[in-house]
Design a protein around this ligand. Sequence first.
Ligand code: PEP
Length: 253
Amino acid sequence: MSIRKPLLAGNWKMYKNTGEAVELVEGLKKNLGGVTDREILVCTPFTALYAVGRALKGSNIKLGAQNLFWEPKGAYTGEIAPGMLVDTGCSYAIIGHSERRQYFGENDGSVNKKMKAAFSAGLTPIVCVGETLQEREQNVTFKVIERQVNTGIEGLDEEQAKKLVIAYEPVWAIGTGKTATPQQAEEVHAYIRKLYLKLYGNAASDAVRILYGGSVKPDNTSELMKEPNIDGGLVGGASLEVDSFTKIVKYKV
Ligand code: PEP
C-alpha cells in the first residue's frame, strides 16, 4: 500500500457534452462527498470544463484538462493555453497521453515543454508514460520508460519534482480490457521511482505519485492499490459512469 495520498483520476477522453458532464459530476458529488483520505479528479473535454468547474466549486472533486499548449498566448489557432485552463477552475492537466503520442505526433520533447508550461501556470501536470505491445514483446519496456522519464520529465525544480504526477499506462492495456497484473505494474512503477531518484533525489522520489492506467475497473482497483509504488489510478472508460467511478474511488485495501 502506498504511503502517499492516493489520487483517483478520471480521463473522460472525447465523451460527454456539457449537460451530460454536469449530470455525471452531480452524481459523483453525492456519492463521494465524505471522502477525504484520497484525492479525486475528473479530466473532462475542454468544452465542459467551465460548466463542470462551476458545478464542482466547494466540493472535494478537482478539475483537470486532458491537454494544453505550451505558449501562454498568441496566434495558435485551435490551441488552449495553460492559463485558460486555470481560468475554468482546473488544477491538473494530463500531458502526453499515449493517444496524443499516437495520433497527434506528441513526443518526449513536446511533453517536456507542456509539463513545464503547466507548472508555470500553476497547474499540476500528470505526465503519461508507457510501452506499446510491440515494445513489451521486444523486451524494451524498461528502455522505453527510461527514455520517456529522462527526456520527458527532466528540468524541474525541487518543489515541482515533488508535486508532479506520473501515470504509467502500458499502451496495450488502455481501452482493451486487458489490465497489467499488479506485479507487472509494480515492477515498472518501482523502476520509474528509481529513475526519478537519480533525477531529483530522495525527497522528490518519495513524494512523486505514480498512477497506474490501463483498464482500471471496480473489480481490479483494490489489488492494484495494494502495491507499494502504485499511488492511484488514471481511469478512462470506467470513469464515465457514476457507479463505476464511485466504486473505484472507494476501493478498499
Ligand atoms: C486512459 O484513458 O488513460 C485509460 C487508461 O483508459 P481505460 O481505463 O479505458 O483503459
